[in-house]
Design a protein around this ligand. Structure first.
Ligand code: PEP
Ligand code: MG
Length: 753
């Protein structure tokens, strides 16, 4: 379309006049936008004119359209950076393309029925430096767009920005967008995949029917019998289950709980106080759950589900509602919906019928998730009130890769999911091909991939994928589960077992990182205003030196005749590290005097989690054998942002120049000093972040085992030197986040993220 054509076609002034009159009318924002897009499509003789609005979480929602399928309004969503519309929002610049389908950023949204349209032009709607949305036109015929047309769209965009800036748009956000019984609910996908089926709502055991007991002895007997039956049941479940070999270890914690003397004693005591066995189990369950729920550490909190599962099982047996070994029948193609679920509860069901799982609560390291992963069942969690939103028998499509649950999905959605499922299958086939291959970038840089672990089952998740070692072994959990401080013998057994499971791969034990939110019930607690910055971790173990010495002794004994690697958490100054190391050496001497076998070598390192260490690197690097950066805490302290506070935890992006610069500074200093340096915070396990870390210069990452495949694929498809050069420039910007920029870079350079 040339300049004259536009002039012939329409007078810009006329359009602006109509627009002013529309803005002045007392109608809803939705009506106004509907009329504006219609006006523009007609006057500009465009086949389509659409307006997308930015929603919380960086989502663009199709809000009004003239030309696309009306059913797609409030049903079509694009992330900022996704598709041409997302690209316009990301770049904050107009975009005009003659052949939209050929453009690298193009994404087809079937529900819009936009197949017929060839060319697209769009402009961002910006107000006070915020992108409020995108205004776009499309044509069936392939054509170019004139500068005047873009200018006109920009002017209209400014009017829209003023109009929208004052509005609180009432349509529900993308978290739950409903159109005539259809709904898309957004959660967090924990196990990738797609599924189709009907919902079955999982029901938990109700409260105790009878609370007060007449006969304490009978109730205690009942409890013991029920415990025996549960133990038999869990054992049976293991033999019946396809989960076999090492993976069966997942239930070790279960069997450990069943036999846990402290737990049993508490229940017996509750019975002795006059309760029925049923009520006693419930009381102790509630107490333990409440205690664990207070902890903000997700790793510990997830164990609540195991406790709850076991307690419910016990209660069911006490009420004789279950026969050992019963399988709960399910209709075929079941999507199991639950507030939460334990691993044994999952295995109670006929899992051959379960196609997908939706949970209100849940996270990567939950045991149930580990079991579901081994059964290859797609899983989404983090949907509040899910058991109320979804009713029994609802038709559901699950896109766990994106974290979407579609209630009563449309045919278009089903088509799209089936296409994406195919794509996903190819991606996984690619990961599988790389299984035995090392993580080497395209330009030949090797990256050591390690896992974070804290229970034996963590090592199992990693099975089948190549990894170099255990970069972080968290030792808190056995301490938290015990009723009393585990003694040296107990600890030695635990650590020795971990070493055996590592099968010769290096394993880095971290000394106790207790305090803050991780509370030991048997340890006197001091009330602190800021526990995350309080008496915790190495500060506590240096003050309670026996605790540290016992743990170090256990490490030394567990690693007899092998290599031992130890690191200290929350070190804030070099003196603390030296003091901790001195304690270790004293324990080594003690073991020598005792005639015990010693490790063949001992490497001692520190985590960098407290920013003050960054300014002591010169001295620190002369003292340590290795460094591991805990970005979870480092980011928390660098940005002064409580990592457990949902109001602010994602306010600052780790992919931002300040944190990345700090990481690069540490990485460079370590390289110069010849000290190995790794990153073991959560960011190392996210593909985009991992790519950025390798771009910064890191050659070793430690992550949640489930992330290994995707991170390796990302690394094998990147060029380190190219990204390093690009990142160096980006680090000079004052951008709040480099996430979108890096995503675009990855897409443009074929990096699998
Ligand atoms: C960290 O802080 O990044 C870390 C790995 O330690 P944790 O998450 O256990 O505090
Ligand atoms: Mg930490």
């Amino acid at each position: 379309m040339d300049r004259n054509h536009l002039h012939d076609m329409v007078s810009v002034r006329q359009i602006m006049k109509s627009l002013r009159s529309l803005v002045a009318q007392d109608i809803s924002t939705q009506d106004r936008l509907d009329r504006i897009v219609t006006l523009l499509a007609q006057r500009l003789r465009m086949d389509v004119c659409s307006c997308y609005i930015t929603r919380p979480g960086g989502i663009l929602e199709l809000y009004a359209t003239c030309g696309l399928d009306a059913k797609a309004v409030h049903e079509t969503f694009l992330r900022i950076g996704e598709g041409l519309i997302g690209e316009i929002a990301l770049q904050r610049r107009p975009l005009a393309v003659e052949d939209a389908w050929q453009h690298t950023s193009f994404v087809y949204k079937p529900e819009t029925k936009e197949k017929a349209f060839k060319s697209l032009a769009g402009v961002p709607i910006i107000r006070s430096n915020r992108v409020l949305g995108v205004l776009a036109v499309q044509t069936k015929q392939k054509q170019s767009f004139s500068a005047e047309l873009i200018e006109l769209l920009e002017t209209v965009g400014m009017v829209l920005a003023e109009m929208l800036g004052e509005q609180q748009l009432k349509t529900p956000t993308a978290k739950a967008v409903s159109t005539g019984g259809r709904q898309r609910i957004e959660g967090t996908g924990l196990i990738d995949g797609f599924a189709l089926g009907k919902s079955v709502i999982h029901k938990r055991t109700e409260s105790a029917v009878q609370v007060l007991a007449k006969d304490t002895v009978t109730e205690t007997q009942k409890l013991r019998q029920a415990l025996n039956r549960v133990e038999r049941e869990v054992n049976k479940m293991l033999t019946r289950s396809r989960i076999s070999g090492d993976q069966a270890d997942i239930f070790e914690t279960y069997l450990m709980f069943i036999k846990d003397k402290g737990w049993i004693a508490k229940m017996v005591k509750a019975i002795e106080s006059g309760l029925t066995a049923d009520a006693a189990v419930q009381k102790v369950r509630d107490e333990i759950s409440a205690r664990m729920a207070l902890m903000t550490d997700p790793y510990i909190r997830e164990r609540i589900h195991d406790f709850n599962d076991l307690a419910s099982r016990l209660m069911r047996h006490l009420r004789r509602q279950t026969k050992s070994g019963d399988v709960i029948r399910l209709p075929k193609n079941t999507i199991l919906v639950a507030q939460n679920l334990g691993p044994a509860e999952l295995l109670d069901y006929d899992r051959t019928k379960i196609k997908g799982i939706i949970l209100e609560e849940g996270s990567q390291t939950m045991h149930m998730v580990i079991v579901a992963r081994s059964l290859n069942i797609p899983l989404i969690c983090g949907i509040k009130n899910v058991c109320r939103i979804i009713a029994e028998g609802d038709s559901i499509a699950l896109d766990a890769t994106r974290g979407y649950v579609y209630l009563n999905p449309s045919d278009e959605t089903l088509d799209e999911l089936s296409n994406r499922a195919q794509h996903q299958k190819k991606l996984h086939a690619r990961y599988a091909q790389m299984k035995e291959l090392p993580a080497v970038t395209k330009d030949g840089i090797s990256v050591s991939l390690n896992i974070n672990a804290g229970l034996s089952q963590d090592l199992m998740v990693a099975e089948g994928t190549f990894f170099d070692g255990i970069g972080l072994y968290r030792t808190e959990l056995p301490f938290m589960l015990a009723d009393d401080l585990p003694d040296v013998k107990n600890q030695t057994t635990t650590y020795h077992k971990a070493i055996l499971q590592a099968r010769g791969k290096p394993i880095v034990f971290r000394t106790l990182d207790i305090g803050s939110d991780k509370v030991l019930p048997y340890f006197q607690r001091h009330v602190e205003e800021n526990p995350a910055m309080g008496w915790r971790s190495i500060r506590m173990t240096l003050d309670r030196r026996a605790l540290l010495r016992n743990q170090l002794r256990a490490f030394i004994r567990a690693a007899a005749d092998r290599e031992l690697r130890i690191m200290f958490p929350m070190i804030a100054n070099v003196e603390e590290f030296l003091e901790a190391k001195k304690t270790l050496m004293m324990e080594v001497e003690r073991e020598k005097r005792r005639g015990g076998k010693l490790p063949v070598s001992i490497k001692v390192g520190t985590m960098i989690e407290v920013p003050s260490l960054i300014f002591q690197l010169e001295r620190l690097l002369r003292e340590v054998d290795f460094i591991s950066i805990g970005t979870n805490d480092l980011a928390q302290f660098l940005y002064a942002t409580d990592r457990g506070n949902p109001l602010i935890w994602n306010r600052y992006d780790p992919l931002s120049p300040p944190l990345l610069k700090a990481l690069k500074y540490i990485c460079d200093a370590c390289q110069q000093a010849g000290v190995p340096c790794s990153v073991c915070g959560e960011m190392a396990g996210r593909s985009l972040e991992a790519v950025a870390l390798v771009g910064l210069g890191f050659r070793s990452l430690s992550m949640n085992p489930a992330a290994l495949g995707a991170v390796k694929a990302a690394i094998r498809t990147m060029d380190q030197a190219q990204l390093e050069a690009y990142l160096t420039k980006q680090l000079q910007t004052s951008s709040h986040s480099l996430r979108e920029t890096l995503k675009t870079y990855a897409q443009d350079h074929g990096i699998l993220i």
